[in-house]
Design a binder for this molecule. Structure first.
Ligand code: MLT
Length: 322
């Protein structure tokens, strides 16, 4: 009996401490882990929203790029961090969905080991080629990659990344097996494409808009039902003759499982405020991102998205065995 009273008292005291912590939160710098190299789409998106969120929260958000294994190294680290709101991760469709079927021994589960904070942006996928890649349009691209698959190098950001996953889908649609060249993110992969060291890649729009506008790479098509306002001259895959290839990624903030709900709510409110800010919206839209509606930004909506995306990718992707 005494033991039960003691336990109940201890639990009440713990709840009081955690609610006081949540009220004061944040009292120090917050670390935002980005699971890919600096300068890539995840990094750019994380920096845009964190820059506004830290004004709302009153403490700096420090970006830490932790690379490796298609974003799963960083996600493992974030899942194991103290659940106190001071370590967050900007994850995406790869780290928090596609990684599940690709890595049978994944050290974290996106649904079970994280508290969803909120969706930042949708990021349509484009098929991109080096500037002097011979095909002129998507029809020629399809014929060319089918005829030359053994000689081609496709850049990606590691097994489990969005670029890997979406080009796996493209390979399946075209029934080809080109050689994959992994990088620590599509920031460095894009440099290799611009430099002509790789032939093509499937990348999120955020990384591609400045390069396409600058004429340093070729854009064959965008894999969404509609064209994107930031790239009005790039046809959809449907318009260009490959309707079976449809792909859009997303980026979102997650906290380790057990982060107190009031802290998650504070973070979510700061994220939503950032997404309503005119300057933030302009930067995200110029880079082609799709800004979620208020209903799509809630932790519950993100939790549901993760569940549905794991279910969507599980039958499509084969586990990596080597
Ligand atoms: C990145 O930031 O480098 C990308 O999100 C990588 C990817 O998933 O393709």
């Amino acid at each position: 009996m005494k033991r039960r009273v003691f336990l109940a008292g201890a639990l009440t005291a713990l709840a009081a401490i955690s609610s006081a912590q949540a009220q004061d939160y944040p009292t120090r710098n917050i670390t935002m882990i980005v699971p890919f190299a600096a300068g890539g789409p995840t990094d750019v998106i994380a920096r845009i929203v964190s820059g506004h969120m830290e004004q709302t929260l009153g403490k700096p958000i420090i970006i830490e790029n932790v690379v490796g294994a298609g974003g799963t190294t960083a996600s493992t680290r974030a899942a194991k961090a103290a659940p106190d709101g001071y370590t967050l991760i900007t994850g995406h469709m790869g780290t928090h969905a596609a990684s599940v079927p690709l890595y049978p021994n994944l050290a974290y589960h996106p649904s079970k080991d994280f508290e969803p904070v909120g969706l930042i942006a949708g990021t349509p996928i484009l098929i991109l080629g080096r500037k002097d890649f011979p095909p002129k349009d998507l029809k020629e691209f399809v014929a060319y990659v089918k005829a030359n698959t053994d000689k081609l190098n496709v850049a990606h950001a590691g097994v489990g990344s969005v670029s890997y996953t979406s080009c796996q889908l493209l390979n399946a649609v075209l029934d080809i097996k080109p050689t994959g060249v992994p990088f620590n993110g599509t920031g460095p992969a894009m440099n290799a494409l611009v430099g002509g060291q790789v032939d093509y890649m499937c990348d999120q729009i955020v990384n591609a808009v400045p390069q396409i506008q600058g004429g340093t790479i070729k854009a064959y098509a965008i894999a969404t039902p509609e064209r994107n306002p930031s790239l009005p001259n790039v046809p959809t895959t449907k318009e260009a003759g490959l309707p079976a290839f449809q792909a859009q990624a997303w980026n979102a903030i997650f906290a380790p499982k057990g982060t107190p709900a009031p802290i998650v709510a504070k973070l979510n409110a700061a994220l939503s405020k950032a997404l309503d800010d005119e300057g933030v919206r302009k930067r995200l839209l110029e880079l082609g991102s799709v800004i979620p509606s208020p209903a799509e930004r809630t932790p519950a909506a993100l939790g549901a998205l993760v569940t549905s995306e794991i279910a969507k990718w599980t039958p499509v992707l084969k586990p990596v065995t080597n």
